[in-house]
Write a protein that binds this ligand. Structure first.
Ligand SMILES: Nc1ncnc2c1ncn2[C@@H]1O[C@H](COP(=O)(O)OP(=O)(O)OP(=O)(O)O)[C@@H](O)[C@H]1O
Ligand SMILES: [Mg+2]
Length: 225
């Protein structure tokens, strides 16, 4: 009998028009690990994260997370899985402009039926931890890029999902803040056994990962230090 890894990407291909991005890429990730994904700009890091998170379908191949074949799910089942089990830090944040910072962070809790006062309390505490507590009542356009990044991280972890996919989560932060934010993200995930996959250009981030994988020519390559 073969034991299955928690995340199984098997022979996955993805192209946009004529351009192949992933070409029969395979990858297995153990639960609770921190995996860094590196590769040149345009190599397919964000694409891989979107496929693992069930935000986008593969052209062929399978993606399984926790035993579930995301491709075999209906859109409603995938949405339910994402709502409960996934936190996604988007490369360009995707904060909702008409909601305040704290309302953005509360959203995953509201969607998971956490009572409003409890949702507010937890969101404030997390914003505080990330050093952006004073931004809570402002709108995303009224805070800096680095502050938005931290709010996006808060929104991704507030509901304590099983899987966090973070796309360049420290890309807009100065070195010191990046170190603090990464430490917090790591600590949050480690203490809960959350699996964390981070796409990054940062050697500092990669150095803290359990494992570093690269994408090149549409294939996934294990990086050895
Ligand atoms: N929706 C889309 N439509 C067409 N092409 C796309 C789309 N999304 C991504 N691509 C192309 O797929 C390739 C991989 O993009 P992706 O965003 O995954 O790269 P990346 O490794 O995350 O790059 P970066 O380091 O710049 O964030 C790029 O050439 C990109 O232009
Ligand atoms: Mg990207």
């Amino acid at each position: 009998m073969t034991t299955q890894a928690w995340i199984e990407v098997r022979e996955v291909s993805k192209a946009y028009g004529a351009q192949p991005v992933l070409d029969r890429a395979s990858l297995a990730i153990e639960r609770g690990t921190l995996v860094a994904v590196i590769g040149r700009s345009g190599s397919g890091k964000s694409t891989l994260l979107r496929l693992i998170g069930g935000l986008e379908p593969a052209d062929s191949g399978t993606v399984r997370v926790g035993g579930a074949d995301l491709g075999a799910y209906s859109e409603a089942q995938r949405a339910a899985w994402r709502r409960r089990d996934l936190g996604f830090v988007f490369q360009f944040f995707n904060l909702l402009p008409t909601l305040t910072v704290v309302e953005n962070v509360e959203l995953p809790l509201a969607l998971n039926a956490v009572a409003a006062p409890e949702a507010r309390r937890r969101s404030h505490a997390l914003l505080q931890e990330l050093g952006v507590g004073s931004c809570a009542e402002r709108f995303p356009e009224e805070i800096s890029g680095g502050e938005q990044q931290r709010v996006a991280i808060a929104r991704a972890v507030v509901h304590e999902p099983q899987l966090v996919l973070a796309d360049e989560p420290t890309g807009n932060l100065d070195l010191e803040t990046a170190g603090q934010v990464l430490a917090l993200l790591r600590h949050t995930c480690e203490s809960r056994g959350t699996t964390l996959v981070i796409a990054t250009h940062s050697a500092d981030v990669a150095a803290q990962a359990t494992r570093v994988i690269g994408i090149r020519g549409g294939r996934i390559e294990e990086q050895t230090s």
